[in-house]
Design a protein around this ligand. Structure first.
Ligand SMILES: [Zn+2]
Ligand SMILES: [Zn+2]
Length: 387
């Protein structure tokens, strides 16, 4: 029978001893296995995972390894379960937990920092100095589920209470998986200064973070908000999420178009979500003097950057990782107040057993897939009707 020292459970939510879990073998190789259901420790809960979204970073980890770090190294053949954008129901409480109750629906953010390093103490727990140090004699208590500890492509997972975000009944499981994506956009805008009402913002790259970056910037009052990208179907969704202007960079020069759309001057902020090879050089020419650029995408190669232009023009560059400073809570507030409809980027749902198909849809953008969600409880594969 499922139990652990000081762990509270409820007969309303029976918990099995073992669960279905996808595990990473060699690069690109996922296998469905049985694992013990994990047991929460102090300040942790057990979450029954009701839905999990696939992120581009999951695809990176499954094929290449980083930014996952398991037992101080690559994540392959270590019985590691990836997946990090999940939501679910609290079904067991670890010792001392009274902040959440059994049966409560929550979504999660990813990074539970160690809580004791300099950055964690500043709220920058996604930049925890003990990242990945959560094993053996070096255990610092750090968790980043799906990156340094087991993640969400399974039926149950343990989460620190600091990573939980309560959600209202009216928010669907699928929408709740998108809180962390909106939270990443919110963290980017937080690091840029946060007060963007009436300020001009460009978002480059209409992936999930870019599209929700448009929505969050608009909800914060930015004006105008300009989205650049290469796919008209995604730019159209950007407009629906609040972009005042969209620029297809296949048809016109992105820097010239941005300057034209903002009265000849550059914009105040750029959020770079494309990871394109020349994205940084474009971004520093889209901002005006003294402007700020947030880098939220991982490019694959090192790229030369025009540092002299940055210095001469007093431009600020910020790299952000994930969703620090409780940005997910602010994003969830916008979503539960219906300030924007994040579900516009959710396109497909598959059962957990079909994870490889779901991953193929996300990776190859089959049928114009954007956010693909996987659900453990009996669902048939379906495409969500556009709008
Ligand atoms: Zn992600
Ligand atoms: Zn830390």
């Amino acid at each position: 029978m499922y139990s652990g020292p000081g762990v509270k459970t409820s007969p309303d939510y029976p918990i099995p001893d073992t669960m279905k879990a996808w595990v990473l073998g060699n690069p690109s190789e996922l296998k469905l296995a049985q694992k013990p259901v994990p047991v929460p420790k102090r300040a942790e809960v057990l979450v029954r995972i009701d839905a999990v979204a696939i992120c581009a970073t999951d695809l990176e980890i499954i094929d290449h390894g980083p930014p996952a770090s398991i037992q101080g190294g690559m994540p392959f053949n270590k019985n590691f379960t990836p997946g990090h954008e999940y939501m679910g129901t609290v079904v067991a409480l670890g010792p001392g937990v009274d902040e959440y109750r059994i049966g409560q629906r929550i979504t999660v953010e990813i990074h539970a920092g160690c809580g004791q390093c300099k950055r964690c103490r500043e709220g920058m727990y996604t930049a925890c100095h003990n990242y990945g140090l959560n094993y053996g004699d070096v255990d610092k208590g750090h968790r980043a589920n799906g990156f340094t500890t087991d993640g969400g492509f399974c039926e149950y997972q343990v989460n620190h209470i600091n990573t939980l975000v309560a959600i209202p009944d009216a928010m669907s499981d699928e929408e709740a998986t998108l809180v962390v994506t909106a939270g990443t956009a919110m963290y980017g805008l937080t690091e840029l200064g946060g007060l963007v009402a009436g300020e001009s913002v460009v978002v480059t790259g209409p992936g999930p973070i870019g599209l929700l970056g448009v929505a969050v910037a608009k909800a914060l009052g930015a004006s105008p908000v300009i989205l650049t990208g290469t796919r008209d179907n995604r730019l159209k969704i950007g407009r629906e999420l609040g972009a005042d202007h969209v620029v297809n960079v296949r048809n016109e020069d992105a820097v010239e178009a941005v300057r034209r759309l903002n009265g000849g001057k550059g914009v105040d902020y750029v959020i770079e979500c494309s990871g394109a090879p020349n994205a940084v050089n474009d971004a520093i020419r889209m901002v005006n003097r003294g402007g700020k650029v947030c880098l939220a995408a991982f490019p694959h190669q090192e790229t030369p950057v025009d540092v002299a232009h940055i210095v001469r023009n007093n431009i600020y560059l910020y790299g952000i990782r994930g969703e620090g400073k409780t940005a997910t809570h602010r994003a969830e507030a916008f979503m539960s107040q219906k300030r924007f409809d994040a579900t516009k980027i959710h396109t497909h749902t598959f059962p957990l057993d079909d994870l490889p198909t779901a991953i193929r849809y996300a990776k190859d953008r089959v049928d114009d897939a954007i956010k693909v969600v996987v659900k453990a409880k009996g669902v048939a594969a379906h495409r969500v009707a556009a709008e």
